[in-house]
Design a protein. Structure first.
Length: 420
């Protein structure tokens, strides 16, 4: 075991204090919001880069704004096992989503370095710059830099101030001509193992601090609109109205009922809505909104999305409105690598007596990385699974236990991978 319980506790205390320090780097007066290519992103990269350096890593910021650290193996050019997660947040976020995984990876390297241990493979820790997609709408822009699957068309995507990714990159100090320099050779990476808060209730229900992820659910995201006719709130009789908000409300009831009825693993969320023109005394003529659906299999997502979108059309027709939608994001289910999973389960059993396998309803950078390398994820229990919420919290003892399991798992994965 790389870490004994005292060392794990020292690291857990440092992780908590660093999460609190990073939580102060936000673009809002209250709450934590840290967006890709923002000035807060740059500040966090510098601070996390310094912590990486102090733990014994060589550090660089790559061509898409990820902060990367490398702890060499016995042989300089050995491939690496990548640890890490994301440093960006959603709006009004919690302080552990993503951050905990990056800081935990740094702690593993800290103790290897302190104990003068060099492994058969290198360890790299990456703080990805954009997993949430909270600024530009598309997600995994950091991890897709590593996999070399960046699309040039993304450069023209804009945030709600009309700033494009291209403009934001230039302001951040990146050269858009170099984006492909972030992509890594297949042979340079052996595996990716991410520690992340569960953001769900399973571990708490099982009364276990840590679990291993079986699969990451797929996702579909749509921009939708009900288009009716705005009118005078006082004069238009109800039966003559083309009220976009009532159509939306009727559709929302259908979304909830149909998703629940179809399958307990399916979820559907309308997280953003704008009602236009947005005056008390005007009948809403247009309602624009987002639709985010998740589920374990593409076929389930396919059938749920077609049901919901078809019903949007039916409701619009019945009310003499128009229903429009555009899909702008999709990821398929990712199955975590079984060899890596089994090694992590063995480490967890050592720590907590039993291991548990569970799905991830949330998306992670592992989705992008899995397109080129084997991935695995460890989940740590977080209070009531609350996440994307300032109430997000993690128990310090769970952090210490997860560090012992994570470090033991990584050392064993490296041993296994070095046999190849
Ligand atoms: O939305 C998600 O699943 C993740 O938090 N980006
Ligand atoms: Mn998140
Ligand atoms: Mn996350």
């Amino acid at each position: 075991m790389l870490l004994d319980s005292n060392e794990a506790k020292i690291s857990a205390l440092r992780i908590i204090s660093r999460c609190n320090e990073l939580a102060k780097i936000t673009c809002e007066d209250i709450g934590i919001t840290r967006l890709y290519l923002s000035k807060e992103h740059l500040i966090v990269n510098k601070l996390v880069g310094q912590w990486m350096k102090e733990s014994g890593m060589s550090v660089w910021q790559d061509a898409v704004g990820n902060i990367c650290g490398r702890y060499n193996a016995k042989f300089i050019c050995s491939p690496a096992v990548i640890l890490g997660s994301h440093l960006d947040t959603v709006k009004n976020a919690g302080r552990y989503d993503g951050i905990l995984g990056v800081l935990s990876g740094i702690e593993i390297v800290y103790w290897l370095n302190k104990k003068n241990i060099r492994l058969e493979l290198a360890i790299e820790v990456i703080g990805f710059g954009d997993e949430e997609g909270a600024r530009f709408g598309i997600t995994l822009l950091g991890s897709r830099g590593i996999t070399g699957t960046w699309k040039n068309k993304w450069l023209s995507y804009t945030d709600n101030q009309g700033i494009s990714i291209e403009q934001a990159m230039i302001k951040f100090g990146l050269n858009i001509k170099n984006i492909y320099q972030a992509s890594r050779d297949k042979k340079d990476i052996a595996a990716y193992v991410e520690l992340h808060i569960e953001q769900g209730p399973c571990l708490e229900q099982e009364n276990l601090p840590i679990g291993v992820v079986t699969n990451i659910h797929g996702a579909r995201r749509f921009k939708c609109s009900f288009i009716g006719e705005s009118g005078h709130a006082g004069t238009v009789p109800m039966k003559y109205r083309k009220d976009a908000l009532f159509a939306f409300a009727e559709w929302m009831k259908y979304v909830e009922y149909t998703t629940i009825k179809k399958n307990s693993q399916l979820v559907a969320t309308v997280g953003m809505i704008s009602c236009n023109p947005g005056s008390t005394n005007v009948i809403p003529g247009i309602v624009n909104f987002s639709l985010d659906i998740r589920g374990p299999q593409d076929i389930m997502l396919e059938s749920l999305s077609s049901l919901l979108l078809k019903q949007g059309k039916v409701i619009a027709n019945n009310r003499h409105l128009i229903f429009e939608y555009k899909e702008y994001y999709r990821t398929s289910e990712v199955i975590c690598d079984s060899i890596l999973r089994n090694i992590l389960c063995t480490s967890i059993q050592k720590i907590q007596g039993k291991s548990i396998l569970l799905p991830s309803g949330a998306g992670h950078d592992a989705i992008a990385i899995s397109e080129r390398w084997p991935v695995a994820m460890l989940f740590i229990r977080n209070y009531r699974g609350i996440s994307h919420n300032p109430e997000e919290s993690v128990d310090i003892n769970d952090i210490a236990l997860s560090l012992q399991a994570y470090s033991d798992g990584i050392c064993n994965i490296i041993k296994k991978k070095a046999e190849y």
